[in-house]
Design a binder for this molecule. Sequence first.
Ligand SMILES: *[C@@H]1O[C@H](CO)[C@@H](O)[C@H](O)[C@H]1NC(C)=O
Ligand SMILES: *[C@@H]1O[C@H](CO)[C@@H](O)[C@H](O)[C@H]1NC(C)=O
Ligand SMILES: *[C@@H]1O[C@H](CO)[C@@H](O)[C@H](O)[C@H]1NC(C)=O
Ligand SMILES: *[C@@H]1O[C@H](CO)[C@@H](O)[C@H](O)[C@H]1NC(C)=O
Length: 491
Amino acid sequence: MAGAAVLLVTLVASAAASRDTPPRKIAVVGAGIGGSAAAHFLQQLFGPRVQIDVYEKGTVGGRLATITVNKQQYESGGASFNSFSLHMQDFVKLLGLKQRREVAGKSAIFGGEQLILEETDWYLLNLFRVWWHYGISFLRLQMWVEEVMEKFMRIYKYQAHGYAFSGVEELLYSVGEYTFINMTQRSVAECLLEVGVTQRFIDEVITALLRASYGQSATMAAFAGAMSLAGIQGNLWAVEGGNKLVCSGLLKLTKANVIHARVTSVALHNTEGRALYQVWYEKEDKMHSDFYDIVVIATPLYVGSDSNITFDGFQPPFEEFVGSFQSTVTSLVHGYLNSSYFGFPDPKLFPFASILSTDAPNLFFCALDNMCPVNISATFRRKQPQEAAIWRVLSPQPLERPQLKSLFRSYYSVQTAQWQAYPQYGSRMATPLFALHDQLFYLNALEWVASSVEISAVAAKNVALLAYNRWYQDLDKIDQKDLIHKIKTEL
Ligand SMILES: *[C@@H]1O[C@H](CO)[C@@H](O)[C@H](O)[C@H]1NC(C)=O
Ligand SMILES: *[C@@H]1O[C@H](CO)[C@@H](O)[C@H](O)[C@H]1NC(C)=O
Ligand SMILES: *[C@@H]1O[C@H](CO)[C@@H](O)[C@H](O)[C@H]1NC(C)=O
Ligand SMILES: *[C@@H]1O[C@H](CO)[C@@H](O)[C@H](O)[C@H]1NC(C)=O
């Protein structure tokens, strides 16, 4: 944090000359939801005149992607959002997209040999059923998640008032004080045991829920865990036509200039007291470069990642985020489920559309879902288990043939997507900075404490506000303490 203070001092001293001029050009590296949302928020703040170039080495949408099976598209990455996803809801409205209708289907939890929790309704944690098995644990879990979410939702208010944070720790502290910082350093299991949730409930239910969304167990950090458990209330939703439409839609709306190229380095030049960045990129085997006033990096940077961007002329505070990513494999299998595997010899009697799993030692998958395509007609109904259907299997490793043969009686096709989906949330980790240099920002910093599509959008807005407040020297709007009270008196 001392580093950040020094940066700010040089910033204040140097920038007075061009105080009122807006930036000419901004580069955003990465066209996933983070980069697309950042382009949108930057343009909202700086106005339509600023040119925004968005670099993407793969496809627009990033970890929001679809796979086509039998002429229908299915989500292969981030599949659904919870009801707390306010920025995503705004984007969908703004772009004239629609939320996709929820098609009812029941869930169950598989313990490796048999189903240990079956649902009577589509909502997994059907209260009576869970109450019968686990008593008060479920209510305690709900209260814990609600308390965390209630605090986290403060960020929307701070952002609506223009406040930004230069580091993840500052952001977490402002919404949840030491409790939140603490939750990045303790495990889900530790925190839940403390509020009176039983070990059995953690092992059987919490673990299954976390595996289905993060592929990690209850030893993962409590903050990331709570964010992912926020979906337990049900009311998950997705975008009609595919979630990735939000990314392409936002880029089109901003009239951002999308450059399909791999960014290799960012070099610092100083002109008239302001930093100027030269972004080098590789396109069709040739190196090119361009100059920018502001650069936002919206792709994961970590040792061994495939975005190995180097920095010249300055040393970004980097050593703070060594870590590794959790690899998740999505397999879309078109075939007939082997319901015997789950103890249902007659497939007609298998009532579930979705199976979560515990971390029993020989289980090779995290979750299994009977998928609906991204476009569904009014008459659409889910395929019955005795029919050939599209099943999505989430697993830590690519599925091997014998594994597929045990899960499916037979299948027509298997298509896979492998994601470096989210960081491995070790229970202890230093929290990284959004501000890597005067006007160079790292959006994915927030991913190191929790990762979801909505969290990327929150980080995008934070980075856009941070760039804006720094550009116009509005330092009162950066890293302010005690915002809850400040905002009350401002109103
Ligand atoms: C987190 O909070 C708990 C309970 O208040 C406390 O015992 C623990 O020492 C804290 N851990 C850290 C790392 O601050
Ligand atoms: C799917 O939905 C999107 C968004 O509503 C729409 O633009 C597209 O035309 C639809 N495609 C089909 C095949 O219905
Ligand atoms: C960066 O990664 C790409 C692809 O993985 C590789 O071809 C390139 O050599 C790497 N560059 C550096 C500087 O490590
Ligand atoms: C289906 O699952 C059962 C039980 O695990 C197993 O014995 C069988 O080999 C599996 N495969 C097929 C094709 O039935």
